[in-house]
Design a protein around this ligand. Structure first.
Ligand code: NI
Length: 175
């Protein structure tokens, strides 16, 4: 098995985070390597989800692991994910994003979703997600359509966060 490589995580604002991503045409070795790298990068960050565009790959793929710290890891790779059902009930969670470090804001989304996707072997799955997993898969799917969780906030709040991130990027560039 090839060694995993940590990928650089893009920080908002970046035009690549605002693009609609292309479907994965072929689940091949290159995609499996990308998935491994993305999982490694997510655990290293650490975070509970990471989408292709966040590492500059504009393809419809994301990884998640919402397991508790004291549980065994539950890495998941979702390729070409599609929502096939959402619950009427809504849920509000405080969300964060590896591309918007140290910013946490409440976002309301459907409490449960059903999603179809391909795994790293190209096999189709359809699965129901609830609680933290439902929020995570919707947050990550949004990334594949160029939407960030701050897009659900007020224009004013979003502008403040964007300003803060621009400052953070400048500081990081200087280091
Ligand atoms: Ni995110």
């Amino acid at each position: 098995m090839p060694r995993m490589t940590l990928r650089n995580i893009l920080i908002h604002p970046d035009p690549r985070l605002k693009k609609v991503c292309e479907p994965v045409a072929d689940v091949n070795a290159k995609i499996r390597k990308l998935a491994d790298d993305m999982l490694e990068t997510m655990y290293d960050a650490p975070g509970v989800g990471l989408a292709g565009p966040q590492v500059g790959v504009l393809k419809r793929i994301f990884v998640i692991d919402c397991s508790d710290k004291d549980e065994a890891p539950e890495p998941m790779v979702l390729i070409n994910p599609k929502i096939t059902w959402v619950s009427e009930e809504m849920n509000t969670y405080e969300e964060g994003c590896l591309s918007i470090p140290e910013v946490y804001e409440e976002v309301t989304r459907p409490e449960m979703v059903r999603m179809s996707y391909l795994d790293v072997d190209g096999k189709t799955h359809e699965e129901e997600f609830d609680d933290l997993y439902a929020t995570a898969v919707q947050h990550e799917l949004d990334h594949l359509n160029g939407t960030l969780f701050i897009d659900y906030l007020s224009k004013m709040k979003r502008a403040m966060i964007t300003k803060k991130m621009k400052k953070l990027k400048k500081e990081r560039a200087r280091d």
